[in-house]
Design a protein around this ligand. Structure first.
Ligand SMILES: CC(C)(COP(=O)(O)OP(=O)(O)OC[C@H]1O[C@@H](n2cnc3c(N)ncnc32)[C@H](O)[C@@H]1OP(=O)(O)O)[C@@H](O)C(=O)NCCC(=O)NCCS
Length: 322
């Protein structure tokens, strides 16, 4: 069977196949051509390396794909993140192993130190494939979901008014951009300052303003009206936002929730998240999906109090090369 499988570099025409395979494997997180295209075409190839490959069958249909890349916010020249997905009907026939062995040769040539990948704890085939190839578990992320329409806003109204009494105003990115020419720069400053405080698998490397603009502001998933910002005077002190799911608009993802260090412990993150949920409720969304590092106890606590329900964990693995 494997003798009829060919491996080659990815071409733009392959995108629909990749989206189809991804959606079959990760049906809980459907994606679209537009989203994947945005990720690939806005990746800064002048700074980072991303290599993309596919495996095709006799009919020249893509049956598997893989790409490995420098994660911009964790940039290290010899550390990469890996995606490797085989169409469910083509699994357990040796394609994944062969693909992996081809990549392994490249990683050795590149003097790779670490390859990172992840799998959900209930995806048993993925876990055994990863573990059998020398990857070790490093950390876990808890996914949790909120049933938006069951959320009782009145129960949390005080949390929002309380921070307003302390002089904190909550606004949206849409509103800020209407009022100020520097809104995006201010958001970039807040975003990059606070993001480094999240538990991350390696040293945080902030991206440039241009990259932030392309990846976050120009993202097809940006919802400026659902991007909430807390302000103390003109200073941005908190952010929390929804990212649209293009494949299933009723089930958006929670983006970063972060509060400037000096302003923590005042209920700002909770108030921002309540505004996010209020937006979701008004727009008839069903579910908000969020993911938090298992070490991020304060964010996990907030989500639990708001009624988010825990789902299977995502396990993050690393393979170290000696
Ligand atoms: C993980 C994944 C890529 C494996 O792809 P695959 O094509 O099924 O991989 P293979 O067929 O080469 O290997 C899977 C297992 O089946 C075995 N196998 C290979 N050919 C086989 C055959 N003809 N019959 C039965 N088993 C076979 C392999 O030996 C391997 O077992 P091992 O880990 O003990 O060596 C695939 O399950 C997948 O796409 N999962 C979702 C994405 C993911 O988690 N990717 C990994 C992280 S990037």
């Amino acid at each position: 069977m494997l003798k009829n499988i060919k491996f080659r570099e990815f071409k733009v025409d392959d995108l629909p196949f990749l989206v189809n395979i991804s959606n079959l494997i990760y049906s809980d997180y459907p994606t679209t051509i537009e989203e994947l295209e945005h990720w690939f075409s806005n990746y800064d190839h002048t700074k980072y390396l991303m290599k993309k490959y596919v495996a095709t069958n006799e009919q020249d249909e893509v049956v598997a794909y893989s790409y490995y890349y420098h994660e911009p916010i964790l940039y290290h020249p010899h550390k990469f993140s890996l995606e490797l997905e085989v169409h469910p009907e083509w699994q357990k026939q040796g394609i994944g192993s062969h693909f992996y062995n081809l990549l392994l040769k490249e990683w050795i040539t590149l003097n790779t130190l670490v390859i990172r990948t992840d799998a959900r704890e209930d995806h048993k085939d993925s876990l055994s494939f990863i573990i059998n190839r020398g990857f070790k578990e490093k950390r876990r992320s808890w996914e949790s979901r909120l049933n938006v329409q069951e959320f009782v806003l009145d129960d949390f109204a005080q949390a929002v008014s309380q921070i307003q009494q302390h002089g904190i105003e909550i606004t949206t990115l849409a509103e800020e951009v209407r009022k100020s020419e520097t809104a995006y720069e201010k958001l970039y400053e807040h975003h990059t300052t606070t993001m480094g405080d999240m538990p991350l698998p390696d040293t945080y490397t902030p991206v440039s303003y241009e990259e932030f603009f392309k990846r976050v502001i120009k993202s097809p998933n940006l919802l400026p009206e659902a991007f909430f910002i807390a302000k103390a005077g003109e200073l941005y002190v908190g952010e929390s936002y929804l990212q649209a799911s293009k494949a299933d608009p009723t089930q958006p993802y929670q983006g970063l929730t972060a509060v400037r260090r000096e302003f923590r412990g005042k209920g700002i993150a909770t108030a921002l998240k309540i505004k996010v949920i209020e937006f979701a409720q008004k727009n008839n969304y069903k579910t908000i999906k969020t993911s938090n590092d298992s070490e991020n106890s304060s964010m996990l606590g907030i989500n639990q109090r708001l009624g988010f329900v825990r789902q299977p964990a995502w396990i993050e693995f690393e393979k170290e090369f000696v």
